[in-house]
Design a protein around this ligand. Structure first.
Ligand code: SAM
Length: 200
């Protein structure tokens, strides 16, 4: 196998296809996606037969209703937990994007308060040497840069979870705001962070 790059320019589903066995270092027996949403990551995936799909607000039947801070899953039973939380904070009561994306109940300025309870729960359900594959984006909230991927990494360290690698995922388009004054550049990347319950 070629050594993969830390820059990823293709889709999330293609990334997961190689990143799951690569980071776990074996084929998984069971995977959970507790932020399943509309399941974009798993369209045509060979992992569908071993995937537990859950979400706080399921969009489809076959998706278990569950909070990723308290999963109805046995301890030490999951090989891989794929985490794609809401990436944007509050955006107004009548925001269309907020309704469509299921932002959940996190802080106003950033989503970082979700990381501690998620990581504790993921650590509980993962087998030893199991991995979390987390997609985390930074954001600008009311003019202030929220470095959420750093908050995530710091929280992993607090929870004694090993951060194994960070992959930068690029994209061609980015959400356009109607800025009166431009204070920050537009972001064309997010991060896939690989975290192990055990040593790398
Ligand atoms: C960025 S979207 C995930 C999109 C998904 N990866 C897809 O391919 O469609 C975030 C998802 O997290 C869910 N969510 C928000 N807070 C949650 C929580 N506390 N527990 C579980 N799911 C949550 C939302 O309902 C939403 O579906």
């Amino acid at each position: 196998m070629n050594r993969p790059s830390t820059i990823w320019e293709s889709t999330d589903s293609k990334l997961l296809d190689w990143l799951i066995p690569f980071s776990l270092r074996r084929d998984p027996k069971i995977i959970i996606d507790p932020c399943f949403g509309r399941g974009r990551f798993w369209k045509g995936s060979r992992y569908l037969p071993i995937l537990i799909k859950s979400d706080l607000n399921p969009f489809n039947s076959g998706v278990v209703k569950a909070d990723f801070r308290c999963l109805p899953i046995k301890s030490n039973s999951i090989d891989v937990c794929v985490f794609d939380p809401p990436h944007i904070s509050e955006s107004g009561k009548y925001s269309l994007i907020s309704n469509a994306c299921g932002f959940g109940d996190h802080g106003e300025e950033n989503i970082s308060d979700l990381f501690e309870p998620f990581l504790k729960e993921a650590k509980r359900v993962l087998v030893d040497n199991g991995v979390i594959l987390a997609k985390v984006a930074d954001q600008i909230h009311r003019g202030s840069f929220q470095i959420q991927h750093v908050d995530f990494i710091n929280e992993c360290r607090k929870q004694n979870l090993q951060v194994c690698t960070v992959i930068i995922k690029t994209r061609k388009n980015s959400i356009m705001g109607l800025w009166k004054q431009v204070l920050h550049p537009r972001s064309f990347n997010c991060y896939w962070i690989v975290v192990r319950k055990g040593k790398c």
